[in-house]
Design a protein around this ligand. Structure first.
Ligand code: UTP
Length: 471
């Protein structure tokens, strides 16, 4: 108690001590435990550097665009490499060397949905949730390749219970329960603009998840790395919970990663314009780094050569990460990735215990990002992908990167696959499907699956305006 009091006084957070002294019993113990769990001296340094001033990202003078493997191989040699890599990737999946990792600890504030984002109904016809979609897809890949892909799901303390309960109440969507492993990420206190840590209730600090960069340490902390090792897993297929279009395991990326001895690999998309809200793959000092779109100087973002953006490579946050890389990074039980400041509306209780819901940002959340591990890797590769086949982020309820746009992209991808399988889908003048179709991820993982599925389940082409699911 003495030590807490001293630490709080030294770090100008005595309002927490006042709050603690008003409590007794369980509430007292809860808040005391939270206070004891925070490195107050370390937090003060972060508050000084990230809250009391806005950190400026220094753009290195040698910043250059990162090179990448193009979507279509550029010559016969590369074509042969892609073929070998694809086969290698399939072999890695087949032999149980691949685990899936979904980061689902975010708060999904922009979507405005009450509950873990993974429980959001996303598919256009059957309204399957994001978690169900991934679960079915993993079941199909496991079936297709005769293996069992373990699935690691990162939650935060704010949504862990709700996430676990959701899976339990849906019998893990048919997956073997032991192949799904939940682990929780770390947290950071939310801090107001005067540098004071906020309280979310009279007996609780306002804790926020520490960003997807927290994944790496959390994997170690919860024994997931050991579990992976025991299962023979060497490669982790990493994706975000809000992107159901992502292939849960990408044989080509996995194979290239392994053949090129990469420690962390990434999918890249060609940006549609200089200011598209994707992180930019850049190189500095010989190391790969992602510069956030908001930090990219205008003149660099707009620079072109022969009419093409120099910094064309945008990140959709899809990676393959070697287990041994994470083991190495977190060996000492800590990992110092840089922090990023996010200004957010954080509800809090004031000194009188009154709950305040701010209308505009009132606090800073500190987050670390997984892509800041890229410069720490001994080798990295980037592979270009077709966004129509892998990236439909669900960030907002409507508009750009919304549930709406995500549903349209899922439908468009499935309509294309039906075409490949010989079932033409009616189209509007702009080429988009003039009907709503949904293919079951439990049955269809890729184009080859679509061909086989419709060979075994012949159907007539959907009519204009139809709404049909194929299970
Ligand atoms: P976002 O950056 O979109 O954040 O997360 P968010 O919290 O989901 O949504 P907003 O910004 O509040 O609207 C991208 C991915 O990273 C995960 C999210 O769950 C999502 O899959 N994430 C983010 C975490 O797992 N933990 C975090 O602390 C932050």
């Amino acid at each position: 108690m003495e030590n807490i009091a001293e630490a709080l006084k030294r770090n100008h957070q005595t309002h927490l001590l006042d709050a603690l002294n008003k409590l007794s019993g369980e509430g007292y113990e809860k808040l005391k435990k939270q206070i004891e769990g925070i490195d107050w001296d370390g937090l003060s340094v972060l508050i000084r550097d990230y809250v009391m001033k806005k950190p400026v990202t220094v753009i290195p003078a040698d910043l250059a665009p990162a090179s990448y493997f193009p979507l279509l191989p550029k010559d016969a040699e590369q074509e042969a490499l892609y073929k070998r890599a694809f086969e290698k990737g399939v072999e890695l999946i087949r032999t149980g060397k691949v685990a899936a990792l979904t980061v689902a600890g975010g708060q999904g504030t922009r979507l405005g949905f009450d509950g873990p984002k993974g429980t959001y109904p996303i598919t256009p016809v059957l309204h399957k949730t994001l978690f169900q979609y991934f679960a079915e897809s993993l079941a199909r890949v496991s079936e297709k390749y005769g293996c069992r892909i373990p699935w690691f799901i990162m939650t935060s303390e704010l949504n862990d219970k709700a996430t676990r309960d959701f899976f339990k109440s849906h019998a893990f969507f048919g997956l073997p329960e032991e192949s799904v492993c939940f682990f929780t990420q770390g947290f950071m206190p939310a801090v107001d603009y005067s540098g004071k840590v906020l309280m979310s209730a009279p007996d609780s600090i306002a804790l926020t998840p520490d960003g997807h960069g927290g994944t790496l340490l959390a994997l170690r902390k919860w024994g997931c790395l050991d579990r992976m090792k025991a299962l023979g897993v060497e490669y982790i297929s990493y994706f975000q919970v809000d992107n159901p279009l992502v292939p849960v395991a990408n044989p080509l990326l996995l194979g290239l990663h392994a053949l090129e001895n990469s420690e962390m690999s990434s999918i890249m998309l060609s940006k549609t314009n200089a200011f598209e809200k994707l992180g930019n793959f850049c190189v500095t000092g010989g190391k790969l780094q992602i510069i956030e779109y908001s930090d990219m100087p205008k003149e660099l973002a707009e620079r072109t050569t022969n009419g093409k953006l120099d910094f064309i490579a945008g990140s959709p946050a899809i990676h393959v990460i070697s287990r041994t890389f994470i083991e190495r990074l977190t060996a000492g039980g800590r990992l110092d990735l840089p922090w990023h400041r996010a200004d957010k509306k954080v509800a809090y209780v004031d000194a009188n215990g009154t709950e305040i819901k701010p209308e505009s940002p009132n606090a800073v959340k500190l987050e670390s990002f997984i892509f800041d591990a890229l410069p720490l890797a001994s080798a990295t590769i980037i592979l270009e992908a077709d966004r129509k086949e892998c990236f439909a982020p669900t960030k907002n309820a409507t508009g750009v990167d919304s549930a709406e746009s995500c549903r349209a992209m899922l439908c468009a991808r499935d309509a294309r696959r039906m075409g490949v399988a010989g079932i033409p889908v009616p189209r509007k003048e702009d080429g988009s499907p003039d009907c709503t179709v949904e293919l079951s991820p439990r049955r269809i993982f890729d184009d080859a699956d679509a061909v086989e599925f419709f060979r075994n389940h012949p159907v007539s082409a959907p009519e204009r305006g139809a709404c049909a699911a194929y299970e």
